[in-house]
Design a protein around this ligand. Structure first.
Ligand code: GAR
Length: 200
C-alpha cells in the first residue's frame, strides 16, 4: 500500500473525503501524515479523530520556506511517504520538496485552470460572471497552479449563483473526483486518460 501525506490549510473537507474512502477500503492507501500550516485548522481535528499523525507548523516561526520545508521533508522521510496530496494547502511548494517529490505531488484547484489560478478561485469566477467554472486536478510544479493537468470537471454557474452555492457545488465534485483519481494514480499503475501519469 502506498504511503501518502495530505497537506491542508483549512477545514479539510477534501482530506475527510480521502480518509473516508481509505477507511471504507475503496482506496488502498495509507495516510501516513497530515501536514498543516495552520495549527488551529479543523483539518488537524479531522486527523486526530482518524488517528492520523499530523505535523502542524506556522511559517512565521521559520526564517524561510526552505527551513520549514526541510522539516516537512524530514517528517515525510521518517514515515516513508511516497506521494503527496495537496488538499486546500494554500502555499506554493518550494524546491526543497519538489526536488524529492517531483511527479509525485498532486493538487486540486477550484477552477478550470488556466482560468482563475491562485487565491479565491471561486470569488474570481463570480467576479468574472463566468458561465462555467469547475475543478482541476494536476501535478505540481514550481509555478502557481501551472503543472500538467490530469483531469477537469465542469460546474455551471447559475444567474443567482452565490459564493456559498458555488462553493458547495465545487466541493461536491471535488469529494468524488479526488478519491477516484487518487485510486488510479496510487493503485492502477498511474494510467490517466490512457497516458502513464509519470510521463505527464
Ligand atoms: C478546495 O476547494 C480546494 O480546491 C481549494 O481549497 C479548498 C479547500 O477546501 N484549493 C485551492 O484553492 C488551492 N489553490 P477543504 O479544506 O474543505 O478541502
Amino acid at each position: 500500500m502506498k504511503k501518502i501525506a495530505v497537506f491542508a490549510s483549512g477545514s479539510g473537507s477534501n482530506f475527510q473525503a480521502i480518509i473516508d474512502v481509505v477507511q471504507s477500503g475503496e482506496l488502498k492507501a495509507d495516510i501516513s501524515l497530515l501536514v498543516c500550516d495552520k495549527p488551529g485548522a479543523f483539518a488537524v481535528d479531522r486527523a486526530n479523530a482518524a488517528r492520523i499523525p499530523s505535523f502542524a507548523f506556522s511559517a512565521k516561526d521559520y526564517p524561510s520556506k526552505d527551513a520549514y520545508e526541510a522539516e516537512i521533508l524530514a517528517e515525510l522521510k521518517k514515515r516513508g511517504v511516497e506521494f503527496i496530496v495537496l488538499a486546500g494547502y494554500m502555499r506554493l511548494i518550494g524546491p526543497t520538496l519538489l526536488r524529492e517529490f517531483q511527479g509525485r505531488i498532486v493538487n486540486i484547484h477550484p477552477s478550470l485552470l488556466p482560468a482563475f489560478p491562485g487565491k479565491d478561485a471561486i470569488g474570481q469566477a463570480l467576479e468574472a460572471k463566468a458561465t462555467w467554472s469547475g475543478v482541476t486536478i494536476h501535478f505540481v510544479d514550481e509555478g502557481m497552479d501551472t503543472g500538467p493537468i490530469i483531469v477537469q470537471e465542469r460546474v455551471r454557474l447559475e444567474e443567482d449563483e452565490t459564493r456559498e452555492s458555488l462553493q458547495n457545488k465545487i466541493h461536491a465534485v471535488e469529494h468524488k473526483l479526488y478519491p477516484a483519481i487518487l485510486q488510479v494514480l496510487l493503485t492502477q499503475g498511474g494510467i490517466v486518460n490512457g497516458k502513464k501519469a509519470s510521463t505527464y
